[in-house]
Design a protein around this ligand. Structure first.
Ligand code: NOJ
Ligand code: CA
Length: 554
């Protein structure tokens, strides 16, 4: 299959909305779909191409809606199905595409299938949609294997049979209320195809596929040699784990990145391609080594895969350069476009990860300009454009199952999910007239959208400018090259500085050092992440931790 090199998603800027924390319109303290509709002008003003909405489907919301009880309806906390339809229509009328989440690894235990499974005996068709097994030990009291949940604790829970006796166990790689689906069962395939078509018929432009590498499982009845080590490695909690050990654990995970997942995506691709309008898909798949990621974006499978290299990257020139080269070379092999992700609802916010405070903010701005100048698609998580930091939350308000399942050892992801501050002077910064579902830091006035709109040096202005230049500059806007690795040419410079050229007429310089640097490149400065970039006699001087974009066409 020849790739359509002009497809919109190949270099789109896609903005992730976490609906629960975006904008509330009915005063219940939680964001909703009408809130997203009410902020479409703001989203449009950022210069993005598409919005990815985290789940808003019927759900008990034990894992932020990634515990789906009905994938073809809207949870009342978010509104109604007609709100979703209106959102799709309204976004399209403003020229914005809509991508929705699909969660195929598990269903909530509130899904009717799970209830049916409980009401039916072991060995029944209803149970075979999930992974139900008898336990080991004399009375089945030991789980079928020793796997751990990625959220902490065991990966199995035992059910009570309808006669009141302790019964079989079911597998859950995440929370105990997220039962893993058995993709060897044809009902599962049919139901997901129905869900894809349901939303495609409503006009969505694509899907973000949750845990895309997890659907096929192998050796389910075999113990793992080090289940706790494996979970730590998967959660990147590896500071005290020897590298060799980590590599060895990650290179063979019995429930991730198995060959069987690819056949599923080949089928899904046929569904996407049967619709007009370049519908796309992006895989959330943490695979190891990263070269295996390209297998998900072969021309008859998915369109994009999140590249998480930058999600965990420090502001370090050597690391960043090697991550860029590696990514571009890998995806070029399958003629897919790369993607770049700086943060999302599962990870610390960028400014916090880079150390927080003024220095963290400086590095984050520089990192954003580096990212926005790369070929391929970029993903921006709500609030990233405001330079928000993670909120310090008291434990009593935390809601993430990770916090509970690790007994507080891991604080979880709530700090990055605090609602968006819209207006500095309004109650709850204009997010809600009620009580926000997570408290919003008092000191966020200067971070609010209206404050930043007034302030020409703000994060928000930087994002608006960079996205606008990215969309217009001939070197950055849509390219039709099959080989993205040829799209950037590195320029040799001193240690700690990155410089590359993109043709025609664009050069980026990033100074990752904590001192200013002179670089022998000059031209019209299009944008800089900090004030203070100067030029003299063909030399550009960049302050510490600064990226600048230079027009070199003349
Ligand atoms: C990845 C999602 O992004 C995350 O929020 C969720 O907890 C897990 N998948 C499980 O669905
Ligand atoms: Ca609401």
């Amino acid at each position: 299959m020849t790739p359509q090199l002009s497809s919109w998603w190949r270099n789109a800027a896609i903005y992730q909305v976490y609906p629960r924390s975006f904008q509330d319109t009915n005063g219940d303290g939680e964001g909703d779909l009408r809130g997203v509709i009410s902020q479409l002008d703001y989203l449009k003003s950022l210069g993005i191409d598409a919005i990815w909405l985290s789940p808003f489907y019927t759900s008990p919301n034990n894992d932020g809606g990634y515990d789906v009880a009905n994938p073809r309806d809207v949870d009342p906390r978010f509104g109604t199905l007609s709100d979703a339809e209106e959102l799709i229509r309204a976004a399209h009328s403003k020229g914005l595409k809509i991508i929705v989440d699909i969660v195929p690894n598990h269903f909530s235990t509130e899904h009717e299938w799970f209830k049916e499974a409980l009401a039916n005996p072991p060995g029944s068709q209803a149970r075979s949609r999930f992974h139900f097994y008898d336990g080991r030990g004399e009375s089945g009291e030991i789980p079928p294997n020793n796997w751990c949940s990625i959220f902490g604790g065991p990966a199995w829970s035992r059910v009570t049979e309808s006669d009141g006796t302790p019964g079989q166990w079911y597998l859950h790689l995440f929370d105990s209320t997220q039962a893993d689906l058995n993709w060897e069962n044809s009902d599962v395939h049919e139901d997901f195809e129905k869900t894809l078509r349901f939303w495609l018929d409503k006009g969505v432009d694509g899907f973000r596929i949750d845990v895309a590498h997890g659907l096929a499982k192998e050796e389910i009845l075999k113990d793992h040699r080090d289940p706790e080590g494996l979970t730590r490695a998967l959660r990147l909690d590896v500071s005290d784990m020897p590298r060799d050990e980590r590599e060895s654990l990650l290179s063979d995970v019995p429930f991730f990145d198995r060959e069987g997942v690819h056949e599923i995506y080949r089928q899904w691709r046929k569904v996407f391609d049967s619709y007009s309008g370049e519908r796309m898909s992006v895989a959330e798949a943490w695979v190891h080594p990263s070269s295996r990621a390209t297998r998900y974006v072969r021309s008859d499978e998915l369109h994009q895969i999140f590249n998480f290299d930058f999600l965990i990257a420090e502001w370090n020139a050597e690391f960043l350069r090697s991550a860029i080269d590696k990514t571009l070379n890998e995806v070029s092999e399958v003629q897919a476009p790369p993607t770049w992700v700086l943060c999302n609802h599962d990870s610390p916010r960028l400014v916090s990860r880079l150390g927080g405070g003024d220095l963290g903010a400086k590095k984050a701005r520089a990192m954003a300009l580096l990212t926005h100048a790369l070929p391929g698609g970029i993903y921006i998580y709500q609030g990233e454009e405001l330079g928000l930091e993670d909120a310090n939350l008291p434990d009593e308000v935390r809601q993430d199952p990770v916090f509970f399942r690790t007994k507080g050892a891991d604080k979880g992801r709530d700090g990055a999910r605090v609602p968006i501050p819209w207006r500095a002077d309004d109650e709850n910064f204009g997010f809600t007239t009620g009580k926000p579902w997570l408290p919003m830091p008092r000191q966020w006035s200067d971070m609010a959208v209206d404050s930043q709109t007034q302030e020409s040096g703000s994060f928000l202005h930087l994002y608006r400018k960079s996205l606008s230049i990215r969309a217009k500059h001939p070197a950055l806007k849509q390219k039709n090259s099959i080989d993205v690795s040829s799209e950037i040419s590195w320029i040799p410079t001193q240690a700690g500085v990155l410089a590359f050229e993109r043709k025609p007429g664009f050069t980026l310089i990033a100074n990752c050092n904590d001192f200013s640097c002179d670089v022998e490149i000059s031209g019209e400065i299009l944008l800089a992440s900090q004030p203070g970039v100067t030029q003299k006699d063909g030399v550009t001087t960049l302050p510490a931790h600064t990226t600048c974009w230079i027009n070199t066409s003349h």
